[in-house]
Design a protein around this ligand. Sequence first.
Ligand code: DGJ
Length: 727
Amino acid sequence: MAIEMKNKVFSLETANTLYQMKVDEYGVLYHLWYGAKTGCCMDYRLDYPDVGFSGNIPEAGNCRTYSLDTLPLEYAASGVSDFRVPAISVTHADGSTALDLRFESARVVEGKYSIEGLPAVYADEKDAQTLEIVLKDVASELRVVLLYGVLAKEDVITRSVRVENRGDQEVVLDRVHSMCLDLPYGDWDWVHFHGRHTMERQVERLPIAHGIQESGSRRGTSSHQQNPTVLLCESDCTEQSGVCIGAALMYSGGFQAQVEKDQMEQVRLVMGIHPDTFAWTLAPGEHFNAPEVILSCSTQGLARLSQQFHHVIRHHVCRGEYQMSKRPVLINNWEATYFDFNEEKIYHIAKQAAELGIDMMVLDDGWFGKRDDDVSGLGDWFVNENKMKGGLKALIDRVNGLGMKFGIWFEPEMVSEDSDLYRAHPEWAIQVPGRAPARSRYQLVLDFSRPEVVDYLYERMSTILRENHIEYVKWDMNRSICDWYTATLPAARQKEMPHRYVLGLYALLERLTSEFPHVLFEGCSGGGGRFDAGMMYYCPQIWCSDDTDAFERTMIQYGTSFFYPISTVGSHVSAVPNHQTGRITSIDTRGVVAMAGSFGYELDLNRLSDEEKQAVAEQVKTYKKHQPLIYDGKYYRLTDPFAGELAAWQWTAQDGSEALVQGVVFRTRPNTLRRCLKLTGLEAGARYRVEGTEAVYTAEALMNGGILLPRTSGDNQPFTYHLVKEA
Ligand code: DGJ
């Protein structure tokens, strides 16, 4: 039994962890524990100090030691006597903002709950359980239903919240976070993933300081600048040992994660939709669903935690025909041609690619409307037959004739002012009446909170997918959203729009992915600006970054790997000098780095030397051979590339039968020993042969003594070792 309810103590057990809560005599729901299994009730750690200026609930009478301000709470509400960051805040019809949540009921349901209109972890009914705890405000009919999905084998607990207005007056929800986690003891660091366009998911590990630290996005998307994932690690936690907890919000809009160290040195994490771009009016009888958070805990360090997230996202978030199957190695024309192409040029690229074993040609931006640069055409999803003679069909037939699949780019959420769509429907673009909207990449955003906008995009995209043999869609989104206003909502409800936009986006994705199950959808937002578990519910891979420079990519992909499975990471070999950094790296280095993901190319292969073409053909073969290991093996980060020396990573097959070690030595130093890299995660007692050599090592030698890397010459030198267990 994964969920136990005994004497108002709720114990959620997974293979290696325990999550525990308790209701006290006043109906207050405490958070007791999230960590290793302890086999007992952790309420012995509760303490009730007499702390000045930390008030007491009315029922405690004159007892000065009972304070919501110092107790570990499961879901903290604002406006009463807990002054830390709240998980929820509301405004009642009379304008008051106090919310005092007490336990009302709880039940366990077999299977994992789902959330209407929002992506959520799914599982077979026999493999998961749901705990629902209903809290009620002491003075109103507002209910807060806390949902916990327990995937025991996966060491995963999901959380979501449903707020129900069972009263007879409107209530405004000002903040509804998806989770709250109080950790009363311990010395904790937090890790967040910050960045910018072409530099996503840089890793920052910081001690949790007194006060509030925050990561978040007010951009209408999950963003390049912060990723909706956070790690809490005990300060001695490393890749291989120690306690860490990860939280990944399954949401593609603006988010907020706050960590607070309070006056008692306790830590609180809250995470959910960003309250600055949110409010929701709940009429009597209505309810609101907060997006889901995936939680996981490891007592064996960060590598293990990442493997848990990789597993749950690959097996219980990603869906569709491409979830588990091999992905085609693709070639994309963006960095090869930008907007300067016609059907002949594309065919020419495809032809060369087919000869080198590449599976799919992807036609990027510029095939539709009047789109010869990025100033016009968005919204006009009709093929430009001046550019593409014979239309899409003629080109697709020729590409298919090469034995290749064909994929295409869309940016459904955008509109150019110079487009037929904008001329016909200027009111569909997000803008505040009487205020000129900000342009970004010259474009405006369509109001996806309007059903007719979503219907129009559905009609356009489904028609193109129905009429053409298209097997892949790249779903791009190239700006942050501001100037929020929708004609569909009254003034008092305008702050609902950012969330309604995300619901519209998910509705369109759901319609298209279910109607076209054979199509592989790849997410994209100027690279990895919407790289989140919400998008992964529809798109099993996402273009990781517009930075295709192999050196920079080692860091971007390192940061990405803490939560997201390698199969989700779109990763391509591009031309040199690299278009983003001007750096020159060898074709081998670019190949090794791009293989740590869903692999492809993004250049005109016709411009390569014969030797480089040969290298590409070899890379494609190597990738296809190792793809099952890369997608389903246990992934390990062997070094921290931000330390500046080398990037190295490893996959070990689940059964220990093989391992692939790859990486890049950043700098060659003169007159020095070669580097010795310690491996990890091999089967104890086993012996491994380095493929292509006679060398055989014990797992213990490789994990304790390391493997001697090749002597390098020049910068950014790649290495690969395929280790095969000896019979
Ligand atoms: C941004 C994407 O990340 C690129 O790969 C490319 O598709 C361009 N948009 C096209 O406009």
